[in-house]
Design a protein around this ligand. Sequence first.
Ligand code: RNT
Ligand code: ZN
Length: 416
Amino acid sequence: MKEEHILKSYEIAKERYAAVGIDVDFAVAQLEKTPISLHCWQTDDVMGFERSQALTGGIQTTGNYPGRARNIEEVRNDVAFAKSLLAGTHRLNLHEIYGDFGSQLVDRDQVEPKHFESWIEWAREQGLKLDFNSTSFSHPKSGNLSLSSPDPEIRAFWIEHTKRCRRIADYIGSRQGDPAIMNIWVHDGSKDMTVERMRYREIFAESLDEILREELPNMKTCLEAKLFGIGLESYTVGSHDFVAGYCATRKLMYTLDTGHYEQTENVSDMVASLLLFVPELMLHVSRPVRWDSDHVTTMNDQTLDLFKEIVRADALSRVHVGLDYFDASINRIGAYVIGARATQKCMLQAFLEPLSLLRRYEDNGQHFERLALLEEAKSLPFGAVYDYFNLKNGVPVGESFISVIQEYEKNVTSKR
Ligand code: RNT
Ligand code: ZN
């Protein structure tokens, strides 16, 4: 695409949006500064560097496309490369199993901030802030129950792990001068019927209370809900109701993973309910196909509606955006970039919505006008604005990133 055409299209789009009261430059600036936390685990199928054993905990990557990152350098190179194809501000979301453990086996109740020192330095060089996750899966002590286990030894092990992870996140936050957000998601559940639904949830709540007792000013904790895991279909300890109740009563950030809902559920509608009762939201932007399959995020109605709702609720400052999908059946960096760009496109359309005019119509009871404008807004030239956003920030415009990834595949990932 010719640069002058992109600029010309942008000028036309600017005028078109101005007619419905939208300042396009402001929308672009907003898109530039709204961080997206890139999930390190898309590079290596959620393996990490602890013991590189099979992924457990009810989540699964499918596909064996060549080129998986196999070590810390490869993960870093792939993240840096993916980032070079993305405009805007990014963070990097690490799981505990991605620590720099060298050749040692550092068990989860032994992990320390020092295991993330090299990440902190590398991230600083890259201009990335870090987020963090405790890791309950892929471990000999994972079982079906971790923080909700009635076995005191197992439970104590995971409490210790999660406490240490919070301290690591706090250390990262203090080093980067910005709180690291730490997500707690545990896979705990049951494959078949259980007669102890209440008991495990009680134990889970007690474990969380103990973990959260420690005041750590440089990090924020969030808790993720889930419908079910593979092999844990009949019962999920941290169900939506559990997590909503827990976060509301403890004033804790709620993690909303769009993959944890059926396609017919209206995830966007949860924003304005949850944010009345919890302080903040962490998003895991994903795409469920039939189940929590973690397909690559695309610019679909669900994702568009979600970001529009966040802007309509004036909640951008209370919502943190992260990605969470893992597709091992296509070029992994391609998957990374497609999902991140799709998320940006959804965010941009939310920023470009003619909200003042829509609100005015609604206040006046002009419902035909509101619906008409919502419909017309769908075909306003946001693509020209997105192209300009990429051009301005020196990253590939339009589909031209495809060949850049093909080149990296030829020279780097296909040789692994
Ligand atoms: C699992 C949760 C969780 C994980 C990551 C790897 O269903 O969505 O967020 O995907 O922690
Ligand atoms: Zn998630």
